[in-house]
Design a protein around this ligand. Sequence first.
Ligand code: 6PG
Length: 240
Amino acid sequence: MTENSTKHKVFKNSDDITAFIAEEIKALSESSSPKTIALSGGSTPKAIFRLLAKDFGDTINWQNLHFFWVDERCVPHSSPESNYGVAHELLFSKVAIPEQNIHPVNGEKLPEEEAKRYSAEIAHSVTLRNGIPQFDLILLGMGTDGHTASIFPPEIELINAPETCVVGTNPESKQKRISLSGTAINNAEQIYFIVTGAGKKEIVSDIFNQKNNFKEYPASFIIPKHGKLQWLLDEPATPL
Ligand code: 6PG
């Protein structure tokens, strides 16, 4: 990236990334004030949820952390597709975190209405910076098409939407999703892109080197305004 040198950290494997993130969340929980974390969905975060539940239940100061979602599929929480449902099953049902510290999206409401409601809930619960919510930590994934959150290439304009939450559409399944806009994501204090597997190496290379179709990838436009961004890659996802 011209304006921001793309900072990345290479790990031997995804387990090492999982351990790193768990320690980051533990450190955040030890801060003197409550911290806000926005979680992505998909498969990558599942290992983080499992490790936190298995080894960090008693060492993390859970009442000091508030969890939100970067994006959520417009499905019931009971659906296996629900990002909240997965996080609840693997983590939140297993640790002593106050219920009011978990801020799920309601996947069953009208998407446009829920995007507005969730934007308001975030505005009420997350510190604002320049009038925009500033999450303390955002964990992002990236699809093999360069999407991030639920901002897909055909709707790349959602990166610059003024709203905190927008309605995205999975171009293949046409599934509606509630997603943080790039405006909200780029206002965060700390962003980690967690990208693993050889299938994403080419896209990572395009983004890091600003080549080929990088401008079509929403992930290319995650450029924090004030905070820090680090790509956490395993070796297979790391360009030579
Ligand atoms: C979602 C995610 C999405 C995810 C990427 C990567 O709800 O699906 O938020 O943006 O981070 O699709 O998914 P994997 O971790 O499964 O590769």
